[in-house]
Design a binder for this molecule. Sequence first.
Ligand SMILES: Cc1cc2nc3c(=O)[nH]c(=O)nc-3n(C[C@H](O)[C@H](O)[C@H](O)COP(=O)(O)OP(=O)(O)OC[C@H]3O[C@@H](n4cnc5c(N)ncnc54)[C@H](O)[C@@H]3O)c2cc1C
Length: 409
Amino acid sequence: MNELFCLIVGGGLSGLVLANLLADKNILLIEQDEQLGGVASYMNFAASNTSFQAFANIKDDKFYEDLISYSPNYSDFSMLKVLSDNSSHAIELLQSFGVEFELGIKSSFNHQIPRELSPLKDAKQSVINPLINRLISKNVNILTKAKLLDFKDNTASILYKDKILKIKLKNIAFCTGGFANDKDFIKIHYPLAFYAKTLSKNNANSLKIMLKNNAIPTQLSLMRFAFILPMEIFKYGILINSDFVRFVSEDKQRQELAIAILNEFKQGKKVKLLLDNHGINYINNISNFKKYYSLKDIDKRLIDTVNDYNLGITNKIDNFGKNLNNIAIKKIKESLFYLCDVDVYLNYTLGGVKSNTNAQIIDINTNKAIDNIFVIGEASAMFGEARLSGAASTACVVFAMNAARYMLK
Ligand SMILES: Cc1cc2nc3c(=O)[nH]c(=O)nc-3n(C[C@H](O)[C@H](O)[C@H](O)COP(=O)(O)OP(=O)(O)OC[C@H]3O[C@@H](n4cnc5c(N)ncnc54)[C@H](O)[C@@H]3O)c2cc1C
């Protein structure tokens, strides 16, 4: 193979968008998995001043403000500004590649203005498949089950079918995702996160290749935890550990709540959510809950815990500081009782390597951009201690656009 214009490593959202942008060049997209698509299980896109907002007559000059106010610490404000300014172009670009969105805009927590777009059917059918189909129609070179092992002197070493291919290239783009499934690596940076589950398959191998190429590691110890259950319902019941005692106020913010639960896991305990016949009304899908006729049927130790909690409601003082002014928060007393395991997930790692607005990696020795090494998507790091929902997907597209523009200049 002649010198490649660009090797794109990783076939998730960012790699697929970049490959589409560079489809007319001599490029190769490699993906270590059998399938392209990356973590795309659920994918909303936050974007301001889109045609969708215009259609709904929504004016939006608050995206940047929301991005930085949600993550005032450690985030890269210049990257976030570029993200907000280019978000509507990102949506237009995706649509031009065949991606389809629902017409309705989601109004999400922490966004002052409704701006989140959802895939028309689901992420695979409406986002990932159109991007893959366009690459196939343009005969772009794609290798699956091909893993980048190393990159040195503008030469990539790729493991493919038990052989190591050495490929000379002009540009390389790391679209390699996060490291949420790398327990050993996470244990070093944030030991408590070791106890979180993950839906991601990604490890830190590619991050280590970038570091060997002088990238600057950033925010590797910041973790963004998530729940599968809608956490807004926790406050209508109580969280209990394997000893059937409460240990936290159920209305805490996501991160605080996750940390309290992980601390229980660390002590070898499980955590469950208990709701009664009133609390269960706040959740749509109850398939993961087990039903009980009485608290005694669960465990008699639970009776004291619930009595204590109910006394707090009578006196309007909760032992863990829960806000009891909300009249929807009631005593737990109405049979049936419902119990469900609560797990904490780490699906998105906030850390990665430092890059500039062209998505070029910054050299740790010179503090200047390395001309031909790019990092896009979750592998980069711009969000600091927390990221606004829907912003990660849009960032994959915006910085793929900027990287392609720079490479083609
Ligand atoms: C359950 C879940 C829900 C989410 N929902 C949202 C949401 O609603 N909105 C939002 O903004 N964000 C969301 N996110 C985050 C968002 O999906 C990710 O930020 C985005 O998909 C990341 O895309 P990516 O291309 O950067 O990485 P990925 O999708 O992780 O793709 C990286 C790819 O690179 C491959 N790879 C890694 N190393 C190598 C190597 N050495 N050689 C070859 N291939 C390699 C991996 O196998 C992987 O396929 C969600 C994440 C999860 C897990």
